[in-house]
Design a binder for this molecule. Sequence first.
Ligand SMILES: [Zn+2]
Length: 488
Amino acid sequence: MNADTTRADILTRWEPVIGLEVHVQLNTKTKLFCSCPNQSGGEPNRYTCPVCLGLPGALPVVNRQAIESAIKLGLAINGKIRMYNRFARKNYFYPDMPKGYQISQYDEPIIDGGSVPIWWKGELISVALTRVHMEGDAGKSIHDDEGNTLVDYNRSDVPLLEIVSEPVLHDPDQTHLFLERLRQIVRYLDISDANMELGQLRCDANISLRPRGHSGLGTKTEMKNMNSFRSVKRALQFEIERQAGILDKGGAIEQCTLLWNEEKNRAEIMRSKEDAPDYRYFPDPDLVPMDLSKVDIAGVRASLPELPHVKEQRWMDVHGLRLEDAQILAGDSDTADYYEACVREGIDGKTAAKWILGEVLRLINKLGVNIGEFRVSPQRLAELIHTIGKGTINLNTGKRILAKLVTEDRSIDEIIRSEGLGQISTEGELLSVVEDVIARFGKEADRYRRGEKKLIGFFMGQVMRATRGQSDPGKVKKMLEQKLRDQD
Ligand SMILES: [Zn+2]
């Protein structure tokens, strides 16, 4: 059996149950409890102070922007904002944690519940969340070639949101879609860059299997160290197969934490349940509980952008877009804005989608830029599409002009005039070209009249060539057919 049939076979007997813990690094100006810049890279330990180094006597102060970011996410996922919430100390010792504890939230997180909508098999389903809480990040341990461990505290106390899902995901692909959607939402809200490769989005997963048709939960394991969307899928697949292998032989799953090793394409057991640390959480006495009753929640809600799933549904309903197309256009807010600006210029929704998904994305990929850097504004694209609609130029010429607009600031009219790209639109002009072509290729015209109708393609090619591709193919065909018939 190959890998795919093994997987399919496992899934007929076992249903995977997956829950995620996702860490999102906020893009605030400063860190969570001090005024050090929240900046990555640069010289190690440059962005540090007594607070984020955990020096005795230093007192933390909560970053207002981080709280606002958490509230934004809470509203976007329809979670319950806990007006009275507080920080707790999560005690453990590690060299990258100089305080001897992490400042996190425990039984009073800022957000309870909520859900993330994803498209699954053509339907919009909600992935339920347990909570979202705030915490400060740890520093970074760096192991050098000589076996020394160095620590960089630039990342110490950078604000994170930990988003915990309910164990309601049942497939590695579904989990992947959930993560992508979450990344898309935090980017729409502009609260995180959420680049997984840069560690701005990290995720751990809990995985268990249960016999198909059962509703209880099996013993779960925890998977850590997945550094890309690809490794999340591969690690979940690996763990599902490992657990199924044990259960199929009548064995029991041991609760443990696994570390994903991307190079070896396998996970290794990091610790068993017995070694699981007890963090002895307690409320942080240096931080007063947060009272959000003075925050203008309605104002924050009003400032939220329209979310991607709402756009997708609306564009399908109003413009008749296909789901796949709506998803690409709503992929990031710059592309979505570009599309909407084009539609606002009076371009039909389907036509605008076709141009952006086709020519615009093709040019963008070719140039290696993103749509925000694309030199042709949606207004200019709309003007071009209107010019085609009026019959001044044909579709192919339009595409050629779009490619020119990427490097030229000349107006569309100017390009058409100076390069003689205008479609031959007067009937008279076109008729004389058609008659001329028929006269030049008399033999072919005779063959056409004797029944070789496919020669129409040959004649059309000649007329298009004579007009340098600037005539309307539909009109040319009609005129040719008529003229060839007239001389019967
Ligand atoms: Zn600091």
